[in-house]
Write a protein that binds this ligand. Structure first.
Ligand code: PEP
Ligand code: MN
Length: 341
């Protein structure tokens, strides 16, 4: 159930509704928008219905949320998009975020060169993996704690917030010391204990769509984080498995406008992992920006030919500013401006 308060509702009236919801064992999730406050009541529908909140002071209406995803549904915020604030940078709404950096942290030199290049070109967040989900257990698995240390250095030097992956709840503590956004990789989208643990941490999280996950399954994954009281969730379309073999994955750009109908959460697109090929990254980025994505996460390396992983898809750091200019123009077509760095 979603309880929509009147624009004139007082804080005491909002609190009274929350108290009544919680008194019957349900959970209240207030969401205070510019115009109205809406309160999601998650729990036994019968118990909440029996409260007859329609007549309560300050309540405008009570709307049942019929979708299985509740807190992430568009209804939950009465159609108003969420804007997630990350260390002063805004993601969502009319803001377009460029998240850029290497696939994996390899060395101080590699990370710092990339960080400076992407920052000067207008990227607002720095990506880089310290823990890497690799198909082969024999492949490089990331620098781990040393990678986190280098990311912390890059943040101290550039001021850029860090997006980095956490694959295992046992690594969460050290990752939280560095990450401004925790990335949940495609292969972990349905790792529910990990999602819940990150939800409890309150740290912003970007959930990547699983290789064969439906949009509803992606939103159910988001629900695990939101349910713990963490509203700072970004979704990421990164390509799905189809019968096509001419490229690595199929970037499902239709997911962007469709997710916008389903959810208030910001939607980021990853053209790098979808394509697996550098030549496709710019056209896919332009299309993603023009179709209304809230941002792009893209891999950049000073010398991709010598990258430890994902070399063929990483953009050259010295060509990144040209790329950023073109993406910014495409985002403007969708009414979005590059979010301030
Ligand atoms: C990544 O972004 O570093 C990554 C491994 O992506 P994905 O989980 O989408 O494969
Ligand atoms: Mn990669």
């Amino acid at each position: 159930m979603m309880i929509v308060m009147r624009p004139t509702a007082t804080e005491a009236e909002v609190q009274a509704v929350i108290d009544r919801i919680e008194a019957v064992g349900a959970r209240a999730h207030p969401s205070r928008g510019d115009e109205v406050t809406v309160i999601g009541a998650i729990g036994d529908r019968e118990h909440v219905a029996r409260l007859e909140l329609e007549g309560a002071p300050g309540v405008a209406q009570v709307v049942p949320i019929l979708k299985p995803y509740k807190l992430s549904s568009n209804q939950f915020r009465a159609g108003e998009p969420s804007v997630v604030e990350i260390d002063g940078r805004r993601v969502g709404g009319e803001h377009f975020s460029l998240i850029a950096g290497p696939c994996t942290v390899e060395s101080r030199d590699q990370l710092m060169t990339t960080a400076h290049a992407v920052q000067e070109a207008g990227a607002s967040l720095l990506r880089g993996g310290a823990y890497k989900p690799r198909t082969s257990p024999y492949a490089f698995q990331g620098l781990g704690q040393e990678g986190l240390r280098l990311l912390a250095e890059a943040k101290a030097e550039t001021g850029m917030p860090i997006v980095t992956e956490c694959m295992d709840a046992r690594d969460l503590e050290p990752v939280l010391e560095v990450a401004d956004v925790i990335q949940i990789g495609a292969r972990n989208m349905q790792n529910y204990p990990l999602l819940a643990e990150i939800g409890r941490s309150g740290c912003p999280v970007m959930i990547k769509r699983g290789l064969s996950a439906t949009l509803e399954e992606l939103l159910m994954a988001a629900e695990y984080v939101l349910k713990e009281g963490n509203p700072n969730v970004l979704l990421c379309e990164r390509g799905i498995r189809t019968f096509e073999t001419a490229y690595r994955f199929t970037l499902d750009l239709m997911a962007v406008p469709v997710l916008k109908q389903m959810t208030h959460l910001p939607v980021i697109v990853d053209p790098s992992h979808a394509a697996g090929r550098r030549d496709l990254v710019l056209p896919l980025s332009l299309a993603a920006a023009a179709i209304g994505a809230d941002g792009i996460i893209v891999e950049v390396h000073p010398n991709p030919d010598e990258a430890i992983c994902d070399g063929p898809q990483q953009l050259y750091a010295d060509a990144f500013s040209d790329y950023a200019v073109q993406v910014e123009r495409a985002a403007a077509l969708a009414g979005k401006a590059l979010s301030a760095a």
